[in-house]
Design a protein around this ligand. Structure first.
Ligand SMILES: Nc1nc2c(ncn2[C@@H]2O[C@H](COP(=O)(O)OP(=O)(O)O)[C@@H](O)[C@H]2O)c(=O)[nH]1
Ligand SMILES: [Mg+2]
Length: 318
């Protein structure tokens, strides 16, 4: 497979082409992903999430710098679930990461929500495989905001940095709303702003009350000033240690297994639904069903159960 082979060689334009192929859900997508699959599993995946303006892109830029010094190839996927196009926010991100524009071992790709059949999380999962097979050592996924889709996207990472900043007010709301739980390492950025220490204490407090007595490994909290390049070495050391810890304790293995379960569920559900839709010609029938429910007051459960029964009967007779 020509495109697949070029991706395996790390050919940048082919990586771009391969990602476009999954974004547009081209027919050759499945073959491409499965061709690359045996070469996946080596890359480490870090997720970076937090409110817009928290400094995620600035931070990622500094992380790229550190990883490049160690000779690592770094791929960045900027995911914007809220926007149908790769718009302004992502352009800004590119600007903040432009220090690496001429470096062939850094590749930044943005993905918007437009037209992803199985959802943007599935498309991101495939993009990760492309980077992985192409020999990128580290893949960083940055989401634009924090919401349900972002949480799904963060499930794809081996380790998640949750970036919080003082004075935004919504941070403590986020802690309460359970968004906190998606973080493995808590980064309090803009430590040059007032309130950073106070936020540190609050985060520590919330983490303490949420952790059980026997939870030995605490989630680290790191203070940074991304634009001043402060605290970044601490952060890098912290996630390196964290990777070691999750590798040794089988946590990484379990995370990856859970991810495969999600992936199977996603692909399976999507395919079954599409098969059933085709077999039943649901598109053609749905108006009649609406009439049944609206005018004849047939309950939706009764109607759908009856249709499924019919479907199974017809299917068996086939
Ligand atoms: N004062 C201060 N500003 C920062 C810091 N980190 C980032 N910024 C600024 O915050 C703004 C938003 O940063 P950006 O990286 O785009 O945030 P993102 O939306 O989370 O990706 C930019 O103007 C950055 O220069 C920091 O540690 N301290
Ligand atoms: Mg950003």
């Amino acid at each position: 497979m020509e495109l697949g082979d070029k991706v395996l060689k790390g050919h940048i334009r082919s990586i771009g082409k391969a990602i476009s192929c999954i974004e547009n859900n081209r027919p050759e997508k499945e073959q491409l992903i499965d061709y690359l699959y045996p070469f996946c599993g080596k890359a480490e995946v870090i997720g970076v999430t937090g409110s817009p303006g928290a400094g995620k892109s600035t931070l990622v830029d500094k992380l790229i710098k550190r990883e490049r010094k160690l000779g690592k190839k770094v791929g960045i996927i900027a995911v914007d679930p809220s926007s149908p196009f790769s718009g302004g926010a992502i352009l800004g991100d590119r600007l903040r990461m432009q220090n690496h524009a001429s470096d062939d071992d850094v590749y930044i790709r943005s993905m918007a929500s437009r037209g992803h059949l199985g959802g943007i999380a599935t498309a991101t999962a495939d993009a990760i495989k492309i980077f992985d097979a192409a020999g990128f050592d580290l893949i960083i996924i940055e989401t634009i905001g924090v919401g349900q889709t972002e949480i799904e996207v963060m499930d794809l990472a081996d380790l998640v940095l949750l970036v919080l900043v003082p004075g935004m007010g919504d941070e403590i709301q986020a802690l309460k709303a359970g968004i906190m739980e998606i973080g493995d390492i808590y980064v309090i950025n803009k430590k040059d702003h007032d309130g950073a220490q106070k936020l540190y204490a609050e985060v520590e407090y919330v983490l303490n009350i949420n952790q059980s007595e026997n939870d030995k490994e605490k989630n680290p909290i790191i203070l940074t000033s991304a634009n001043l390049d402060e605290g970044i070495d601490d952060l890098v050391k912290c996630y390196r240690d964290y990777f070691k810890y999750i590798r040794c304790n089988n946590i990484l293995e379990e995370k990856r297994k859970k991810r495969i379960v999600n992936e199977i569920n996603h692909i399976f559900t999507e395919k079954i639904i599409s098969e059933v839709n085709q077999f039943l010609h649901i598109e053609k029938k749905i108006n009649q069903w609406v009439k049944n429910i609206l005018h004849e007051k047939v309950g939706p459960y009764t109607l759908i159960n009856k249709k499924i029964e019919q479907f199974i009967k017809e299917f068996k007779e086939q």
